[in-house]
Design a protein. Structure first.
Length: 435
């Protein structure tokens, strides 16, 4: 089972890991495109305040017709008017996210070819101006330029407004998100690994139970076959020692051999019957059935066995409405329960058989007051080959009778249960469906 659990955990983790990986990749791609669009929006916001100066503000820092020095000549970057930076109630809020120092704004005059960097930025101005021609000639107004620079262009009446952002602006956010997703992935996989290990213990329980029952089955079959086979071999050896003796002289050993062979045949037939019931349980024809008739028939057939064992059989078979069932299976269920009750009831005892309605559902009960099943055995009475230690040597059965009864009840959708106590004895109850 340990190797099965390992395979279960491995398969579970691989499957969940692949699903989570696809989900996280999807989240990462969504985040990337979201940030890409967000960058576009941010750069547009950076350019938006400059639209007010479209008619008057020139890259050379003056007004139309002015001859003030260019930014390149005085070694300074062009600044927005002071009122746009700090005053007049407008303030920095007008620029919103445009004051991100990672985003630089360039003004470009197509007539003179003059350029200037507006506002404060962490981007190197000389390096920035190298990207201006490519941004102006680009087909789209937004995108990424060769060299790792994003741009957003707005064309005015007198000049171009171009916002630039280094690739690291978007890459850093994506890398941060990727790290968060990776750590989240590891954390979730670690948690799921612990849960899978725990769940594997529950998942293999049915297999462990089946394996336990298989081992028990082999042990029980071996135990039940060992004795009759040993008897047959011993009897055969005795018969071979005196080959000239007559059959009548060796009848003791011949009868013993026949008895052992019959026990083996009975056990094999029981196993075949149980296997047949389990394989055909879905094909049983269910028709409206009067339960009293097959129950009475089974009781009548058991009278001779009860007489031989000096056990009284009392019946209380009432009228019940026909139910969807199978007459043959009902008779076999009743016969199996009666055989079990008679087998364990001591001489002079009594077995009661009752068929009554209980809340509109017919119930068949078979009770023998002279024997009690220990509480630790009650949960196992319907298992194959199961017999209590005290009854193994005396009952003469193989532990298949009640297993067959349980399989018969399941085939016709009836519920069977057992209760046992000192005052009541042992009672088996079969509850049939109403319709």
């Amino acid at each position: 089972m340990r190797s099965y659990r390992k395979r279960f955990v491995l398969f579970n983790m691989v499957f969940i890991g692949v699903v989570l990986l696809i989900a996280f990749i999807g989240i990462g791609l969504f985040f990337y495109f979201h940030q890409y669009n967000e960058l576009h929006t941010t750069m547009q916001q950076v350019l938006q305040p400059l639209s007010e100066f479209n008619d008057g503000f020139r890259p050379d820092g003056g007004r139309p017709g002015g001859h003030e020095r260019l930014p390149e000549e005085n070694g300074e970057q062009a600044e927005l008017p002071e009122r746009e930076q700090n005053g007049g109630g407008e303030g920095r809020e007008r620029f919103g996210r445009g004051w991100d120092r990672s985003i630089a704004t360039v003004l470009y005059d197509p007539e003179t070819g003059e350029t200037s960097v507006v506002g404060r930025t962490d981007v190197d101005a000389e390096e920035l101006l190298e990207f201006v021609p490519a941004a102006v000639d680009a087909d789209a107004d937004f995108g990424r330029l060769p060299g790792g620079m994003y741009f957003c262009r707005a064309e005015g009446r007198d000049f171009y407004r171009i916002a630039f952002a280094p690739a690291s602006y978007l890459t850093s956010q994506c890398l941060t998100m990727a790290l968060v997703l990776f750590l989240g992935y590891l954390a979730i996989m670690g948690l799921l690994l612990l849960l899978s290990v725990k769940l594997s213990a529950y998942a293999v329980r049915p297999a462990e139970e089946a394996q336990r029952m298989e081992r028990q089955f082999v042990d029980d079959v071996s135990h039940d076959l060992k004795t009759p086979i040993s008897v047959i071999l011993a009897n055969t050896s005795i018969l071979k020692q005196d080959p000239d003796s007559s059959v009548s002289e060796q009848s003791q050993w011949i009868d013993s051999t026949e008895s052992s062979a019959r026990k083996m045949l009975e056990m094999v037939n029981g196993m075949l019957s149980l296997s047949s019931l389990e394989s055909r349980s879905r094909d049983i024809p269910l028709i409206p059935t009067d339960l009293s008739q097959p129950v009475e028939k089974a009781v009548l057939q058991a009278e001779s066995v009860a007489y031989e064992r000096n056990v009284t059989v009392e019946t209380d078979i009432g009228e019940t409405n026909p139910v969807q069932s199978n007459s043959e299976y009902v008779e076999r269920i009743t016969s199996g329960l009666l055989d079990n009750a008679l087998k364990y009831e001591p001489s002079g005892g009594k077995v009661e058989v009752s068929l009554k309605l209980n809340r509109k559902n017919p119930e068949l009960t078979v009770r023998n007051a002279g024997s009690v099943i220990p509480p630790e055995d009650l949960a196992h009475v319907f298992e194959r080959f199961y017999r209590g230690d005290k009854s193994r040597a005396s009952s003469g059965g193989h532990g298949l009778g009640l297993s067959i009864v349980k399989a018969l009840a399941d085939a016709i959708h009836a519920e069977i249960s057992v209760s046992s106590s000192e005052g009541e004895g042992t009672k088996f109850t079969v509850r049939f469906p109403e319709k």
